[in-house]
Each structure stands twice: as structure tokens, then as C-alpha cells.
Ligand binder design. Structure first.
Ligand SMILES: Nc1ncnc2c1ncn2[C@@H]1O[C@H](COP(=O)(O)OP(=O)(O)OP(=O)(O)O)[C@@H](O)[C@H]1O
Ligand SMILES: *[C@@H]1O[C@H](CO)[C@@H](O)[C@H](O)[C@H]1NC(C)=O
Ligand SMILES: *[C@@H]1O[C@H](CO)[C@@H](O)[C@H](O)[C@H]1NC(C)=O
Ligand SMILES: *[C@@H]1O[C@H](CO)[C@@H](O)[C@H](O)[C@H]1NC(C)=O
Ligand SMILES: CC(=O)N[C@H]1CO[C@H](CO)[C@@H](O)[C@@H]1O
Ligand SMILES: [Mg+2]
Length: 424
């Protein structure tokens, strides 16, 4: 991460809303500087809006931080100033990927008969070739493949197209889930990808600000807070521009809240004996990767049931939502006893041994009636299941799970591509 005083190199490009500068001492990074100008309809309308760049900065940096912390690969590195951030230098793929949950805007024009408000599940994907002279025509997947773009040495083929398509869906779902915490419907979104010149990876690049999406508070179009408000202005008066600015400020205030946990929670791992501590540490490590605090305790339901129940009461007593994980070898009394005595979820994660494992596992599986504990053998998977429980109410945990699913899918895709290339 470069120091605060940056030596700017040559200007690599300049568009309607930003300038990109090379950084002299930081190869592979660029400075993305936004301009105080707002445009609509491919710059047919152009108005200066004081302070816009700073507000846009906040929006972009919070959104990229949210995506980055979730595990999405982006070009964003860090904020540099009020109006500029540092990013990985990318060669941009000249495609706008559009993802829609609710039909509105240009979709209605292109699909007459579809009413505004039609909901897409699964999400609707569209792509547009970035070509101002021709008003950014819609493209099919085949058109993109036939264009055979090559950027930073990477040819955009089927694998790359699939990765961008999948990534767009995941990014939309993460932002949608996050905005839902603010009672805001993410109606649609457009994003761009670039190829990182150093790693040749496809990453989310450019910016995400309110020019990039439609946001309807409480799902109500009349309360829209995005740039559509500006496009819809009949006349650009100082009062109208004030309203547009207030809306943008509304977004940039709310966007900070997207980074905050909605609900606290914790995992408490109970182990029957310290001989299982290594197994338990694996659970704790995986919980930490989801941002979930995890506490380890030693207690045996066979040898100290009074103590087991006292520890249980400790965690029931402070109101923090808790998932218990029971780690007990041989006969697992711990999980079932906990499950029969608490309304919180209990996951059995017995450390099975090769000699008796096949027999021992039954003490975690076959329960008296009325018990609802689950059993997961892998410590990482037990933590993942706990995260899925917290993800129901905490969007930040959900976002990490969602990004991880995407990243796994992408790794498989790339592994297959590599193997195919070798066997040719
Ligand atoms: N991380 C990055 N590395 C290199 N170039 C970038 C990066 N992020 C954005 N750019 C490019 O910077 C240029 C200026 O951005 P700007 O959004 O102002 O352009 P624009 O006038 O809107 O044109 P466009 O229609 O391409 O978006 C764009 O070509 C954009 O793709
Ligand atoms: C994205 O993928 C979906 C599902 O595979 C496919 O139906 C759709 O046509 C793709 N969209 C684009 C724009 O490539
Ligand atoms: C969202 O709406 C619900 C119900 O209308 C309300 O209770 C809640 O406070 C709202 N949340 C926010 C962040 O506005
Ligand atoms: C998007 O969001 C901010 C407010 O959060 C606003 O100031 C900025 O101008 C918007 N960006 C564009 C390109 O309209
Ligand atoms: C003026 C302004 O809002 N600057 C902000 C740009 O974004 C970073 C990261 O969120 C903030 O720390 C700055 O205050
Ligand atoms: Mg642009």
C-alpha cells in the first residue's frame, strides 16, 4: 500500500466522470480521480454539481469495501483522498453487465408488454457493448465471444464470459441483501470488469455509485434515490439540483451502514476433553473467517453435567444469539444433553477416530425424541453451518458465504480450463 503522497505519472485515460493516473513508484496500481460533473444520456446533459465527487467517493469506497470484505475480487485498493482512490491497474473489458431484479427503465422499452415491477427470479442478466457512438448496443453472449477481445494478454472466451456472468449475479445478490437491511430495494445494477494487468485475473473494476444502480426505498419507485432522479428532471433548476444532491447524500449516509453487523452472534464450542483442542481450534479459525466470535470451553456431560448446564446458563443469560458446537469423542453425551436443555441450535462435531469412529458416530446420530441437534463431521463445515444460521439475520455473514460460493465455482472453472489447455 503506497504512502499518502503519491507521485502521479501520466494520465492513462479520462472519461466523463473520472481520470486515471499511473503511479510512478507503484507499478500495477493507478489513481482513480472523480470529477465534479454529472452527466446523463451519454453526456447530452451536463451539469456541475459541487461536492458530488466527494459524495461519490464515499459511496464507491464503502461499496467496494463491503464487496472486498465479503471476498469478491475487485480492483479497489484503498481510499486516497476525498475524491480519489487507488486501484489495481486494469485493462477494462468494454462491456456493461446489467443485472435486474425488477423490470423498469430500458427493459420495458425493449420488451413491450412487460409491466414495470415484474420480478425476475432468477435475476435477469443483460450485457451492453460500451460504444458511445452507437448508444451502447445490447449484445448477446455470442457477439461477445466473436469479438475475441484480448486484454492484458487474456482472451475473453467462454470461460471468462461465464465468470463475469456468475460474478455479476453474486455481486448483485450481495448488494441486494445489504440494501435490504436499510429497507431499500436494489432494482437493478450495471457493472464493469477489468483484467488486472499484473495477475491477469478478471476483477470488478471502475466504480459502483448511484449512477450504477436503482435504489427504491421500501420498494417504492416514487422515493428513488439514484441518478434516475436527475435524468427525470424536466428542468435543471438550482432547487432541483439541490434535491438530487440531497438524494445522493442520503445514499452516501446509508451506504456506511451496510458495513455494520445487523445482529451479533457467537459460537460456543464445548469440548469433552482438552485432547480435542486441535479439532476445536479448526472450528474457531473457520468461524473467525466469517467474522463470528468463537469461544472454546471444556466440559463433560458425563463427568460434570452440573457444570455443563451452568456453562449453558452463562451463555443463555446475556441475550446474545448463540450456536453451540459439541466436540466429544467416543460416546457423545455432550451434544444431546445440550440439545435437550437449550432452545439454541446445537451442532455435534465429534472428532472420530479410525478404530471406533463408525460405531461412535451413532451417539451423535440416534437421538431420543424431542432433540434437534445436527451432526457435521468436518470442523470447517460445522463452522460453515453455524455461519449459515447467523447469515439468516446478519447480512455480512451471508455475504461472505455467498462470495465464497462464487470463488469456489470460479476456481473449478479455471482448473478445468487449465486442464483442457494441457491436454490439447
Ligand atoms: N482500475 C482501472 N484501471 C484502468 N482503467 C480504469 C480503471 N477503472 C476505471 N477505468 C477507466 O477509466 C476511464 C474513465 O472513466 P469514466 O467512467 O470517466 O469514463 P466514461 O466517460 O464514463 O467512459 P465509459 O463509457 O468508458 O465509462 C474509463 O475508460 C474506465 O473504464
Ligand atoms: C448468463 O448466464 C445465464 C445462465 O447461464 C444465461 O441464461 C444468460 O444468457 C447469460 N447472460 C449473458 C448476458 O450472457
Ligand atoms: C424498515 O421497515 C421496518 C418496518 O416498516 C421498520 O420497523 C424498520 O425500522 C425500518 N428500518 C430502517 C433501517 O429504516
Ligand atoms: C452517486 O452517489 C453520490 C451520493 O452518494 C453522488 O454524490 C454521486 O454524484 C453519484 N454519482 C453519480 C455518477 O451520479
Ligand atoms: C469527503 C469524503 O467523504 N471523503 C471520504 C472518502 O472515503 C473514505 C473512505 O470511506 C473516507 O474516509 C473519506 O472521509
Ligand atoms: Mg464510466
Amino acid at each position: 500500500i503506497p504512502p499518502l503522497s503519491l507521485k502521479l505519472g501520466q494520465k492513462l485515460s479520462e472519461g466523463k466522470t473520472k481520470q486515471i493516473f499511473e503511479l510512478v513508484d507503484e507499478s500495477g496500481l493507478v489513481l482513480v480521480q472523480s470529477k465534479d460533473q454529472i452527466t446523463a444520456g451519454n453526456a447530452v446533459r451536463k451539469d456541475q454539481m459541487e461536492g458530488k465527487a466527494a459524495i461519490a467517493n464515499k459511496t464507491t469506497s464503502c461499496v467496494f469495501k463491503l464487496l472486498q470484505e465479503s471476498g469478491i475480487k475487485t480492483a479497489y485498493v484503498k481510499q486516497h483522498s476525498d475524491t480519489a482512490f487507488i486501484a489495481a491497474h486494469c485493462e477494462m473489458i468494454p462491456i456493461e453487465w446489467v443485472c435486474r431484479r425488477v423490470a423498469t427503465g430500458s427493459f420495458l422499452k425493449r420488451n413491450p408488454g412487460v409491466k414495470e415491477g415484474f420480478r425476475f427470479s432468477p435475476l435477469k442478466m443483460e450485457m451492453f457493448f460500451k460504444d458511445d457512438a452507437n448508444n451502447d448496443p445490447q449484445w448477446s453472449e455470442e457477439q461477445l465471444l466473436e469479438a475475441k477481445f484480448s486484454l492484458a494478454g487474456l482472451t475473453i472466451g467462454q470461460c471468462e464470459v461465464d465468470i463475469m456472468n456468475r460474478s455479476t449475479v453474486a455481486i448483485f445478490e450481495i448488494l441486494e441483501k445489504s440494501w435490504a437491511t436499510q429497507n431499500c430495494t436494489l432494482v437493478d445494477m450495471k457493472i464493469e470488469f477489468g483484467v488486472n494487468v499484473k495477475t491477469q485475473e478478471i476483477v470488478l473494476a471502475d466504480v459502483i455509485d448511484n449512477d450504477s444502480w436503482r435504489l427504491w426505498p421500501a420498494g417504492d419507485r416514487s422515493q428513488q434515490k439514484d441518478k434516475q432522479v436527475y435524468r427525470d428532471l424536466k428542468e435543471v433548476t438550482p432547487e432541483a439540483m439541490q434535491m438530487v444532491k440531497r438524494n445522493f447524500e442520503w445514499v452516501s449516509e446509508r451506504v456506511k451502514l451496510l458495513l455494520e453487523h445487523q445482529a451479533g452472534g457467537r459460537v460456543v464450542v464445548l469440548m469433552g476433553s482438552t485432547s480435542d483442542v486441535a479439532h476445536c481450534e479448526k472450528i474457531r479459525k473457520a468461524c473467525t473467517s466469517y467474522g463470528i466470535p468463537c469461544i472454546l470451553r471444556v466440559t463433560s456431560a458425563h463427568k460434570g453435567p452440573d457444570e455443563t448446564l451452568r456453562i449453558k446458563a452463562e451463555y443463555e443469560g446475556d441475550g446474545i444469539p448463540t450456536v453451540f458446537v459439541a466436540v466429544a469423542g467416543r460416546s457423545n453425551g455432550l451434544g444431546p444433553v445440550m440439545s435437550g436443555n437449550t432452545a439454541y441450535p446445537v451442532i455435534n462435531c465429534p472428532p472420530l477416530t479410525p478404530d471406533w469412529g463408525a460405531q461412535d458416530v451413532w451417539s451423535s446420530l440416534r437421538m431420543p425424541s424431542g432433540l434437534g441437534c445436527s451432526t457435521i463431521l468436518s470442523p470447517e463445515a460445522a463452522a460453515q453451518f453455524a455461519a449459515q444460521i447467523f447469515g439468516l439475520t446478519d447480512h455480512l455473514v451471508w455475504c461472505k458465504l455467498r462470495a465464497s460460493m462464487l470463488n469456489t465455482w470460479v476456481s473449478l472453472k479455471l482448473a478445468d480450463k487449465k486442464l483442457q489447455a494441457c491436454s490439447l
